[in-house]
Design a protein around this ligand. Structure first.
Ligand SMILES: Cc1cc2nc3c(=O)[nH]c(=O)nc-3n(C[C@H](O)[C@H](O)[C@H](O)COP(=O)(O)O)c2cc1C
Length: 397
């Protein structure tokens, strides 16, 4: 979604400046064009050459070196940007921005800017909580500038508390969000994700290879578009995204209960999880020993409830979107599930295809609508697929 977008990054003099190099690298991987402005203090922390190499563009550090450039650089940079993000933003630069001071390239471009501006503060807790900084941040916020949160941690100076700059992937998320149309405002979207785990005894379980990446990508995309998002997730190794409500579950029965508690007020239920279809009939309280009478040569299983089918049959205003990962005949199975479970849309893929599996970062999916129309998509990242799915959900309202 950032492909060909122009991102202007302002870097100021703080220890977090090194993290902005990773931000530039991530931005470039999305296909964005990146230009960097550094204050002279920032150059004490990290070399302009690093940003020049990563952004593939000249880094702007001076106001007055335009001998070979007929553009008025501070105006053309301000015009060029789709988003201007200042990360890290020092207390000093924040104070200048709040007060209209334009004494270097960064603050001058800010004054001339017409794009969205994001400020990622990074400083010692006491500097952040100083009345002057609080007032300056409030002034900027009141003028429509987005002030990003900071994290709490042990800071580089040894103090503990807020003031640590957000991680590059979180800032990337905020940049994407700033450029995303808010077409899901007022909609509550419940998303299930990941595998479920069915206990056999205190050390053993049945599960599957679902990574949760598809559901988490959907949750992040829905948040960017302004939805109120509840993410119900089985065990995954992914970072918890910044959703309105996160419910961690283990078993399919837990997932059923969590969906039940959220369903009534939901506008959309997206079933991107891979809940286990079966669970052991009996869960042992103690670890089953190799030589025990009830050894593990066979395990009796019972059916778990079919969550999509259950809610498909009792739904009222809700839209229900299903997923089907098959190893053969995915379109045929998908159409069958769509009908049987009373879904509004189903996303199917063949897990045997290269680039379309559970753990993969990509997927090759077909989307089948209520009338059975099949839209076969090419290979794409799960983030892009999330965008495609939500584009279609918006049209169903
Ligand atoms: C080692 C060191 C680390 C610093 N870290 C920060 C910081 O994280 N945040 C901040 O606001 N200032 C920090 N400062 C102070 C700023 O560099 C200083 O206020 C400077 O004038 C900021 O200039 P600028 O806003 O033009 O980049 C640090 C200074 C030093 C020497």
């Amino acid at each position: 979604m950032l492909k060909n977008k122009n991102i202007l990054l302002g870097v100021t003099g703080g220890i977090a400046a090194y993290k902005s190099a990773a931000l530039v690298s991530k931005l470039r991987k999305t296909g964005a064009n990146v230009k960097v402005i550094m204050t002279s203090s920032a150059c004490e922390f990290i070399s302009p050459l690093t940003f020049q190499t990563l952004s593939n563009n000249i880094v702007h550090t001076e106001m007055f070196n335009q001998l070979y450039n007929m553009d008025v650089e501070h105006i053309s940079l301000a015009k060029w940007a789709d988003v201007f993000v200042i990360a890290p933003a020092s207390a000093n630069t924040i104070a200048k921005m709040a007060n209209g001071i334009a004494d270097n390239m960064l603050t001058t471009v800010f004054l001339a800017s017409r794009s969205k501006v994001l400020v990622a503060p990074a400083m010692n807790t006491f500097m952040l909580n100083n009345e002057a900084t609080i007032k300056n941040l409030k002034t900027l916020e009141d003028r429509g500038i987005s002030i990003l949160d900071t994290q709490s941690d042990v800071l580089a100076c040894g103090d503990e508390g807020s003031g640590k700059m957000l991680e590059p992937e979180d800032i990337l998320f905020e940049i994407e969000s700033a450029l995303t149309e808010k077409d899901l405002i007022g909609k509550k979207i419940v998303i299930t994700s990941g595998p479920t785990v069915e206990k056999i005894d205190p050390v053993r379980y049945l599960s599957n290879y679902s990574s949760g990446k598809m559901g988490y990508s959907l949750a992040k995309e829905a948040v960017k578009r302004g939805a109120n998002v509840t993410l119900i997730s089985g065990p995954t190794s992914l970072d918890i995204p910044n959703v309105n409500k996160f419910i961690r579950i283990e078993s399919t029965l837990d997932m059923f209960d969590a969906v039940e508690s959220e369903f009534e007020n939901a506008d959309v239920l997206i079933k991107a999880a891979a809940p286990a279809d079966y669970r052991p009939a009996k869960v042992s309280d103690e670890k089953i020993k190799k030589d025990a009478k009830e050894d593990l040569e066979s395990i009796e299983l019972v059916h778990n409830p079919d969550i999509a089918k259950y809610f498909g049959n009792i739904k009222q205003k809700q839209l229900i979107i299903g997923f089907a990962a098959e190893s053969q005949n995915e379109i045929e199975y998908g159409k069958g599930k769509l009908k049987k479970k009373n879904l509004d849309m189903i996303v199917v893929n063949n897990i045997k295809q290269k680039g379309a599996g559970f753990k993969s970062d990509t997927n090759i999916a077909s989307i089948i609508d209520r009338d059975g129309n099949v839209d076969s998509l090419s290979i794409m990242s799960k983030e892009c697929l999330a965008e495609e799915i939500l584009n279609r959900i918006v049209k169903l309202f």
